[in-house]
Ligand binder design. Structure first.
Ligand code: BGC
Length: 376
């Protein structure tokens, strides 16, 4: 199992853009927590040309954006000695536009966005393009947006791992004709569509064969974790025999687990997740969550930084593949990385990969559970 995590996706290897390695020298001229850095003259690293702007979506639909993406992007830009500005729209579409306008005015040469929906994302990409700024869709594809590049994970593969993971946990329980509830991601996120394609591809044949029963199937607007709790409560009221929950990420999964706990059903009803968050991993160690999907965000950030730096230098970097924009039918040059399924027995791999620390995962009551899971 280890292999999956430590293999740098073939995509990454092929993406050799001739970026000069800067050794251990990082342009740490900015405060660690600051939103922007200008590692110019005072930096020992040869400063790359241009300036990269990144707009993250929020900090509530998943903790990943602030705990992982910001950190790894900062590290990658600092190591390359490129000027950057990373901001978070906090789920506010108007703020997203304002941040983009400010970044464009401030002279970014590359803009990477995680859209809040395709319509508002496209407006930003169009403005940037009109100013000759190179554009990258980071993690979420902006349908109709025509970004120059897309960097993400293979999101259908993510969903497939979730579907297969749920099947694995139900098989281990010897569940008979389990009723499956689905808590899908935001209907405005193209990734949620792809995750669903992935897990429905696993579940639908089971429904068709009468092995599993299709229960409630709802989308969670904006991936709102609080709303997910309300939605799952309604699902369970409507269908008290729910025996498995396909939740599209750890936040939605935790919302379902909270409701299951109130009904003394936690640990009996397997729940899936995504993002390998500390909370999700702890739910797995507790036996309340069946699995999560680990996406090595460091790889995603590194790939984005390499592209951005090449673009800032006026190069036309090669992508490793393409994805179809289903709205325009265009093939968008893309770098897609490989996700990994995490169950109790390989939670340790996420720690070994430094995505979460032992200190945060194994605090307090989790110390013993970590030891049990081989995290030492
Ligand atoms: C990302 C997931 C994340 C979700 C909610 C998706 O687009 O791929 O990693 O959990 O958004 O933020």
């Amino acid at each position: 199992m280890r292999k999956g995590i430590f293999t740098i996706g073939a995509a990454m290897v092929a993406l050799s853009l001739g970026l000069t390695a800067c050794g251990g020298e990082s342009g740490e001229t900015s405060a660690g927590t600051g939103a922007s850095a200008s590692p110019g003259a005072s930096s020992a690293a040869p400063a790359a040309k241009g300036k990269v702007g990144v707009i993250l979506p929020d900090s509530k639909s998943s903790v990943r954006w602030e705990t992982a993406d910001r950190k790894y992007l900062e590290e990658a830009f600092k190591a390359a000695g490129v000027e950057y500005d990373i901001q978070n729209a906090q789920g506010d579409k108007a703020a997203f536009q304002t941040i983009a306008d400010q970044m464009i005015t401030s002279g970014v040469t590359v803009l990477a966005i995680v859209n809040l929906d395709s319509g508002t994302g496209k407006a930003v990409l169009d403005k940037a393009k009109a100013q000759g700024i190179a554009t990258i869709d980071y993690d979420r594809l902006t349908l109709g947006g025509n970004a120059d590049y897309y960097v993400s994970f293979d999101n259908t593969a993510v969903g497939k791992l979730q579907g297969e993971g749920l099947v694995k946990c139900l098989t281990e329980q010897k569940a008979e004709k389990p009723v499956i509830a689905r808590l899908n991601g935001s209907p405005t996120d193209n990734n949620a569509t792809l995750f669903k394609q992935g897990y429905d591809g696993v579940l639908q044949p089971k429904f068709d064969a009468g092995e599993y029963v299709a229960g409630p199937d709802d989308s969670v607007p904006d991936w709102d974790n609080a709303q997910a709790g309300t939605i799952f409560e309604q699902q369970l009221t409507k269908e008290p025999k729910i025996a498995g929950v396909l939740a599209a990420n750890d936040g939605l999964g935790n919302a379902a687990i909270t409701v299951l706990k109130k009904n003394n059903l936690n640990g009996k009803v397997p729940v899936t997740g995504q993002d390998a968050t500390v909370q999700g991993l702890q739910n797995i160690l507790n036996g309340d969550q069946c699995m999560t999907v680990y996406k090595a965000v460091k790889q995603e950030a590194d790939a984005t930084a390499k592209l951005a730096i090449a673009l800032a230098n006026g190069e036309k970097p090669a992508a490793t593949g393409t994805v179809k924009d289903t709205e325009t039918n265009a093939d968008v040059p893309a770098v897609l990385l490989t996700p990994v399924a995490i169950f109790k027995d390989n939670v340790k791999d996420v720690v070994a990969d430094n995505f979460v620390t032992k200190e945060e995962l194994c605090a307090g009551e989790f110390a013993a559970k970590c030891t049990e899971a081989g995290i030492s």
